[in-house]
Design a protein around this ligand. Structure first.
Ligand code: FES
Length: 108
């Protein structure tokens, strides 16, 4: 008999491929992990480190699911905004949207 499996309400995918790692991907993972623990959301929101997501020019990259929101060139300040606006649900306001959320493909 298998154990019960808890499905998280939200998943934060953090690219820790070589370029994203070099530009702070690993630190972003620690940041989110620490804040989820502090806010008691650790069981509801899962963090998954990924390999390269093929958007290296926009490193470091973070994706939220199931809303399918992609963030590029994520700085520490942006990580705070993502946490407040998209994870804790505070201050969600389109006029304060994070500037480079889902930018056009740099390859275009
Ligand atoms: S290493 Fe993150 S997109 Fe390539």
């Amino acid at each position: 008999m298998s154990k019960a499996f808890n499905t998280p309400q939200q998943v934060i995918y953090i690219c820790t491929g070589s370029k994203c790692k070099k530009k702070g991907g690993k630190e972003l993972s620690k940041f989110f992990r620490s804040h989820l623990k502090d806010t008691g959301l650790k069981g509801n929101i899962e963090i998954i480190k990924t390999d390269c997501t093929d958007r290296c020019k926009l490193a470091p990259n973070v994706t939220l699911q199931p809303e399918n929101t992609w963030f590029h060139q994520v700085s520490e300040q942006m990580a705070h905004q993502i946490l407040q606006q998209h994870i804790l649900g505070k201050g969600r306001n389109n006029s304060e949207a994070i500037p480079n959320e889902n930018p056009s493909d740099p390859e275009d």
